[in-house]
Ligand binder design. Structure first.
Ligand SMILES: Nc1ncnc2c1ncn2[C@@H]1O[C@H](COP(=O)(O)OP(=O)(O)OP(=O)(O)O)[C@@H](O)[C@H]1O
Ligand SMILES: [Mg+2]
Length: 265
């Protein structure tokens, strides 16, 4: 079976695309899928740090595209998971160093060797975003439960549909159940009312995400973390498994409504 190519994008910056890419890569590879992730954020690479692989970079994506190395030479094998690889972004170049057709060529060469190719998109709707979605079979839009992030996600979902890359699926990241309860944060239901899109996962706000990212060991490794569990669940859904949504504390009826809304109940 050729790889499923999945791009994570958002419109707004800082909502958790890179965090989600790293965690889904770890969760999929830990369950025996062969995974390669590509850092599509040329000039602002981060995925290497979150995966704890920054000291192993010799070549990057732009080196591959410009012919300074072979694709295999730019693929860094993970320290813990032998089925996980990273192709890092260039640090000293910008998004204009690559084109959509470059990206499609690289991904074409990876398809037959992997189960999943995950592409971390830069923020925005410009060239870097377009490069990142060019080769995608499926796009996951990451948003936070904030009006500005949701508005940008809506714009991106519209572009994806017009580019025939839809329908996108949504990861709602950094949900704080206490703030939802006190009506100080948009609820998942509010977000789904605003964005007519399939929900693939809700990840709670969790300080372990930041601690884990700083250590270079994504939170998906942490059996006790709620965010880690949420990412592991999304990974299972990407593989086609049906996994119930986490009941994020004392929200029984709300979560039942979400499950009904998303057709899971
Ligand atoms: N569920 C979460 N709980 C707590 N912190 C989180 C969560 N998800 C992400 N973060 C934190 O939010 C910050 C931004 O995350 P990240 O770098 O993944 O976003 P991004 O969308 O890739 O940003 P950019 O647009 O700059 O590429 C990081 O400090 C990360 O640790
Ligand atoms: Mg990022």
């Amino acid at each position: 079976m050729p790889a499923q190519v999945i791009t994570l994008t958002s419109g707004k910056g800082g909502v958790g695309k890179t965090t989600a890419t790293a965690n889904l890569a770890v969760a999929l590879a830990a369950e025996k899928s062969k995974v390669v992730c590509i850092d599509g954020d040329i000039g602002l690479r981060n995925l290497d740090v979150i995966l704890g692989l920054e000291n192993r970079i010799v070549y990057d994506l732009v080196d591959v595209i410009e012919g300074r190395c072979r694709l295999k030479q730019a693929m860094i094998r993970d320290k813990k998971l032998p089925d996980l690889y990273l192709i890092p972004a260039a640090q000293t170049r910008d998004k204009n160093a690559i084109s959509a057709s470059d990206m499609m060529r690289v991904v074409k060469d990876l398809r037959s060797d992997f189960d999943f190719v995950l592409i971390d998109s830069p923020a925005g709707i410009e060239r870097g975003f377009r490069n990142a979605i060019a080769a995608a079979d499926r796009v996951l839009v990451v948003t936070n439960p904030e009006v500005s992030a949701v508005r940008d996600a809506d714009r991106v979902i519209g572009i994806l549909e017009s580019e025939e890359k839809g329908p996108a699926a949504l990861i709602l990241n950094r949900l704080n159940p206490a703030l939802v309860k006190s009506k100080d944060m948009l609820s998942p239901e509010d977000v789904l009312d605003l964005l007519a899109v399939e929900l693939i996962g809700i990840v709670p706000e969790d300080e372990n995400v930041i601690i884990a990212s700083n250590r270079g060991a994504p939170v998906a490794y942490d059996a006790k973390s709620r965010a880690g569990q949420a990412f592991r669940n999304i990974a299972k859904r990407l593989k086609g498994e049906t996994v119930p949504f986490l009941d994020l504390e004392a929200q029984g009826s709300l979560w039942e409504r979400i499950q009904r809304l998303t057709g899971r109940k």
